[in-house]
Design a protein around this ligand. Structure first.
Ligand code: HEC
Length: 257
């Protein structure tokens, strides 16, 4: 009995540990802003979204972040782009199609410039989860005490500047203070307030971030495009096979009483 209980507890621990490393802080914080604000809702089967995400990534992220496990020609194949389109839209610094998405910034230099080097983003969707990434990119807010002028709600003290400020504009974080019996003030996050306007409307910016995160999810596991497809076909096969097996069994056993 005890062993069973202990095992159950272990299993529960394992489950929560697996999902709770990053998600809750991010999602809870974003939920203060609106019911489903912290959910990325990405769909890797949506090829146009992945194409937009790839464009966003090379234009806005690759100044600092590499994706060193991703080859340009693989991108082209998976995202229905011709080699010509890949070269014209995604490659700007004379790479060759079979190159991986490297950047010129040396990691050591980056550490000096930013304090923390920008991580390679090939597997970031696997290690952080898409909801976290979506929340992270939407949570930069003005904070004059930081060297970058901004802070991040889900990664406090983040060394990354608000690189999407032109699109999103700047926002302020609004807190509500409550004084407890001992006279201590507890601040709770209420939501964001737009301080300056960006080029994109809020819904357009959400879509921009969603496409970018979708792309990060795809590069984290490119084979997921084929995996799903194959999964459905295998299930289909098993179903048809089941029908055959069932009727065959009926046929064979029909005279046996
Ligand atoms: C000006 C350089 C710069 C650009 C451009 C940039 N980042 Fe970053 N990014 C950083 C730095 C520096 C860090 C390290 C932050 C830290 O650990 O404090 C970082 C960290 C991250 C992280 C990891 C956060 C974590 O939880 O550890 C993610 C995800 C990320 N960036 C996504 C992006 C995406 C997506 C884009 C493009 C829209 C982008 N970054 C553009 C500099 C940049």
């Amino acid at each position: 009995m005890h062993i069973k209980k202990a095992l159950l507890r272990l299993a529960a621990l394992g489950l929560t540990a697996g999902v709770s490393v990053f998600a809750p802080a991010a999602v809870i914080a974003m939920e203060a802003e609106g019911a489903s604000a912290g959910h990325a809702n990405v769909d890797v089967a949506n090829i146009p979204s992945l194409q937009r995400g790839a464009r966003n990534f090379v234009n806005y992220c690759m100044g600092c972040h590499s994706a060193k496990f991703v080859r340009y020609n693989r991108l082209g194949r998976d995202l229905d782009l011709s080699e010509q389109q890949v070269v014209e839209n995604l490659m700007f610094t004379g790479e060759r199609p079979f190159d991986t998405m490297q950047i010129a910034m040396p990691a050591e230099q980056a550490r000096v410039w930013f304090g923390n080097p920008p991580p390679d983003l090939s597997l970031i969707a696997r290690s952080r989860g898409v909801d976290y990434l979506y929340s992270f990119l939407k949570s930069f807010y003005l904070d004059p005490s930081r060297p970058t002028g901004v802070n991040n709600l889900v990664l406090p003290g983040a060394a990354m500047p608000h690189v999407l400020w032109e699109l999103q504009g700047f926002q302020k974080a609004v807190y509500e203070g409550e004084t407890d019996a001992q006279g201590n003030v507890h601040k709770t996050f209420k939501g964001f307030e737009q301080a300056t306007k960006g080029k994109l409307a809020p819904e357009e910016f959400d879509l921009f971030v969603r496409d970018t995160v979708n792309f990060l999810s795809y590069i984290g596991e490119p084979v997921q495009l084929q995996r799903r497809n194959l999964g459905f076909r295998v299930l289909g096969f098993l179903f048809v096979f089941f029908l055959f097996a069932y009727f065959l069994k009926k046929e064979i056993w029909k005279d046996v009483k």
